[in-house]
Design a protein around this ligand. Structure first.
Ligand SMILES: [Fe+2]
Length: 512
């Protein structure tokens, strides 16, 4: 009887409705798959018949080498092997199984029933042995015990895995950033399943960009590598060898795949994407991996859903605030373009000071928003050509605070608040609204003060026309150490010259 001729027991309903699922050693012993290895055909046939009658799935091989070939292509739970065989004997097979397929239970049958051989077999990882000639009932009984022990061991592994997954899931759940969420997910799956390549592929949505993350060897798998069947999945699948290509299109990217684990990511009853893990040769995935994947995918989908919502929300906030800045500049006709220029000046100063790119990006954003609090000042007061009354001036001095109040409740603007609230503070402590002094003024605000003042001087104002570049720079230097932080002035003065030259070379306007 060869392995192809052995009929598989009929699929049961329920979870088995999932395509291409592997049998599990852990759900019901009757589904377990046993490999019988013996060079005598009659023994293979007798054992196969009996094990089939007990409800096991059975594969056969005539020596150790053939057995390894079967193991490479099939998820097997227990190997029942003779010791003396041509090509590769039982002890050598035991050794390979222990190294390559540690989850597989091994049982030895031996006609050389000395204690020494038995001890040797047990040393090499055999669960137990039976002596030839054997009673078939005895073999079946030992097989059952071996599988039971395997089940207990697997439960223990699952318990430990569940614990570490719980911790990882908590980490994923706290992460609002979509990119970081995706990379945490792929790292977790790779760590837990020992896959060669893990990819998460998110489906496009009106609000959500095509996105993915990948880790491992080879090109990341993308939506182009998936078949229609993959998009119609309702649960995790495990597919080995050619069966993987029911879900993957054949291409250079997928050519190496020999084992596939794939599960849909479903958040709020909507398909968000797919999580895939593949192996390139070696041992195929087993049912335990599929279960792990299911647990991870569940948490991953919730995390992706939250991160996407957060991104959409953040984008909406940013658009709204940009619209407010535009409105403000229309309302205050003398300061049209002021926010954009201050953003640029603050950016070049920060870069000149050697601050990191995250800070540079942030201060640019802060520049766009620094006067947002003026939204609360009456239009006629903002555009008043003459001097402000004391009362009007007191109100005007509140605009940094109004700005903080406006943006404060929105998480994505939290980091720019120091620049909004502090851009009218003075280095000598005589500024407003809080009268902070020296290095107590946040760095972002100290830079912003220089950028803001330079642009105020070099552009037209309601009460005077534009001052020259030369005058403005002299004024910044004169007030260095009193109104401004000397370090920021020094950096600005260098950066602005480079900036002006670049603008001149590009034929664009710049303060003369
Ligand atoms: Fe301001």
């Amino acid at each position: 009887m060869n392995s192809d001729a052995v009929p598989l027991p009929p699929r049961r309903n329920g979870r088995d409705a999932l395509p291409e699922m592997q049998p599990s050693p852990f759900d019901a012993q009757a589904q377990a798959r046993v490999l019988v290895v013996d060079d005598e055909q009659v023994i293979r046939e007798i054992l196969s018949d009996f094990l089939l009658m007990e409800g096991y799935q059975v594969l056969t091989a005539e020596n150790g080498r053939a057995a390894l070939d079967v193991l490479a292509e099939n998820a097997v739970h227990l190997v029942l092997s003779d010791l003396k065989m041509p090509q590769m004997g039982g002890l050598e097979l035991l050794e390979s199984i222990r190294n390559e397929y540690p989850e597989v239970v091994t049982l030895i049958m031996t006609g050389y029933g000395t204690v020494e051989t038995a001890i040797e077999a047990m040393k090499r990882g055999a669960f137990d042995y039976v002596l030839k000639p054997f009673k078939v009932e005895e073999v079946v009984h030992t097989v059952r015990r071996g599988l039971e022990q395997q089940r207990l061991r697997a439960e223990n592994i699952e318990l430990r895995a569940a614990l570490s997954l719980y911790q990882l899931a908590a980490r994923i759940g706290d992460e609002p950033d979509l990119d970081r969420t995706l990379s945490l997910i792929v790292d977790t799956v790779r760590e837990q399943t020992h896959a060669d390549r893990v990819s998460v592929i998110l489906l496009p949505d009106e609000d959500v960009r095509w996105e993915g993350a990948s880790v491992g060897e080879g090109e990341p798998l993308t939506e182009h590598d998936l078949t229609e069947a993959a998009l119609g999945l309702h649960g995790a699948v495990l597919a080995n060898q050619g069966r993987a290509f029911r879900f993957l299109r054949g291409s250079d990217t997928t050519a190496e795949v020999t084992s596939l684990l794939m599960t849909p990511l479903i958040g709020r009853h909507k398909l968000l994407g797919l999580l895939l893990a593949v192996r390139h040769g070696g041992r195929p995935f087993i049912e335990g991996d599929r279960k792990l994947m299911t647990i991870i995918a569940d948490r991953a989908a919730a995390a992706v859903h939250n991160a996407q919502l957060f991104e959409t929300l953040e984008r909406t906030f940013r658009h709204t605030i940009e619209a407010l800045v535009t409105t403000l500049e229309e309302k205050d006709r003398y300061t049209a373009g002021h926010s954009a220029r201050v953003a640029d000046f603050a950016e070049i100063t920060a870069r000149q000071m050697g601050l990191d790119e995250d800070f540079v990006e942030l201060i640019h954003q802060a520049g766009r928003l620094h006067d947002i609090g003026k939204m609360k000042i009456r239009t006629e007061e903002l555009n008043k050509p003459g001097p402000l009354t004391d009362e009007e001036y007191e109100r005007f001095k509140m605009h940094p605070v109004y700005g903080e109040e406006l943006l404060g409740p929105i998480p994505c603007f939290r980091e720019v608040l120091p620049a909004i609230g502090g851009h009218h503070e003075r280095y000598d402590g005589r500024g407003y609204p809080r009268g902070l002094e020296g290095l107590k003024i946040p760095l972002m605000a100290r830079i912003m003060a220089v950028a803001d003042s330079y642009d105020a001087m070099t552009s037209h104002r309601a009460y005077r026309s534009a001052l020259t570049h030369e005058f403005a720079v002299a004024e910044l230097k004169r007030c260095s150490g009193t109104q401004f932080d000397p370090v920021c002035v020094e950096a600005f003065v260098i950066a602005i010259e480079v900036w002006r030259e670049a603008r001149a070379a590009a034929g664009e306007s710049y303060p003369r």
